[in-house]
Design a protein around this ligand. Structure first.
Ligand code: PLP
Ligand code: COI
Length: 345
């Protein structure tokens, strides 16, 4: 086994790299089976599987970090397990037991240890769990059988500019999810729903679309791949909405903001309030905290300039460093967020 000396760890994009193994588990006859270790990159699927026709596909995203002490840490892994269960329940799928999820995450990281980016490179090992309905059906009904797979890939920053502020765009003609729809779960179809708007925005130099709430089109919802937060007069404000994904990163940043003495408000945020914010960012596992320089309303032409000097704001910068310091074992894990892969619970 080589040590992957040919991987340029510090310049990895956010993309797929083939690793050694993935882990799989199948739900049949009302129960989850044994964990299988596979070295195949493909899945053998019936052409009538419900995931292909009726969208029974959910996923997660979390990271493993090599720490300053050489240990490998998972971040709030049980929260991802719980969210996958919520997504499964939302799509009438079989929920994966929390312990099985955590066990598989530890396994897949250990099995691919040589792909964990070294400490100090800024990169990490991204873990991608997916669950799909595999029963062949033509009538619209949930599957009886499900496949749960976890694979990993070493990644760098989600946005190629890293921590440099980028612009985001608003379009009223596209929603990523419906009111009371699937936006609150991590469902593949939500991302498909956002692709056209996102590709349009990217072609114009924007990093992402900032979606408005699909019911009133008055309040900020979230970005295509991440939640949104802003800093307004020393208060951390973030949208409260039924159509956004409950982000584990956002929840963590709220706690870190409180630790820093900031007030936190989770409430509907009218678009116009962007006039009064001093900082804004996209936040998520992949995005971490990616500062926003400007929000452009593509329908009215109005531009909300947030970082006129093109530099990340002080609060976002502090939050970004505090979060990463915990993930990389540089700061005490006072909220008990990390799990060391080699240590038992
Ligand atoms: N919102 C969307 C649409 C996402 O895809 C993600 C990424 O997982 C997030 C928010 C952030 O969630 P988390 O911080 O749990 O990764
Ligand atoms: C994540 O942050 O883990 C995500 O799933 C976002 C993704 C769309 C890249």
């Amino acid at each position: 086994m080589d040590n992957n000396n040919n991987i340029d760890w510090a310049h990895l994009p956010f993309g797929y790299v083939k690793t050694d193994y993935n882990v799989r588990c199948t739900y049949r006859d009302g129960k989850w089976g044994e964990i299988e270790v596979s070295d195949s990159e493909t899945i053998d699927l019936h052409m009538a599987a419900t995931c292909l026709h009726y969208g029974q596909e959910i996923f997660e995203g979390q990271k493993a970090f090599r720490g300053v002490d050489g240990k490998v840490r998972l971040f709030r892994i049980k929260e991802n397990a719980r969210r996958l269960r919520a997504s499964a329940t939302g799509l009438a799928m079989a929920p994966v037991p929390e312990e099985l999820f955590v066990k598989m995450a530890r396994m897949v990281v250990k099995l691919n240890e040589r792909f964990i980016p070294p400490y100090g490179t800024g990169s990490s090992l991204y873990i991608r769990p997916i669950e799909i309905g595999i029963t062949p059906r033509v009538g619209v009904r949930p599957a009886d059988e499900y496949l749960f797979v976890m694979f990993v890939t070493p990644v760098g920053p989600y946005f190629k500019d890293g921590f440099k502020p980028t612009k985001v765009a608003i379009y009223r003609e596209y929603d990523r999810a419906a009111p009371c729809g699937t936006g609150r779960w991590k469902v593949g179809g939500n991302y498909a729903g956002g692709l056209v708007a996102t590709e349009r925005a990217k072609a114009l130099g924007y990093s992402a679309v900032l979606f408005l709430d699909p019911k009133h089109k008055q309040y900020l919802d979230e970005c295509g791949p991440a939640n949104f937060f802003a800093i307004k007069d020393g208060v951390y404000i973030t949208p409260k909405s039924d159509s956004i994904l409950p982000s584990i990163t956002n929840d963590s940043l709220q706690q870190l903001a409180r630790d820093m003495g900031l007030k936190v408000e989770c409430r509907p945020i009218p678009l116009e309030e962007l006039e009064d914010v001093q900082e804004a960012a996209e936040c998520g596992t992949a995005a971490v905290a990616a500062p926003i320089s400007e929000v452009d309303d593509m329908d009215t032409g109005k531009r909300y300039v947030i970082a006129a000097d093109g530099r990340p704001g002080p609060v976002t910068t502090e939050l970004y460093h505090r979060l990463q310091a915990i993930q990389r074992g540089e700061a005490p894990d006072i909220h008990n967020w990390t799990t060391v892969v080699d240590e038992c619970d």
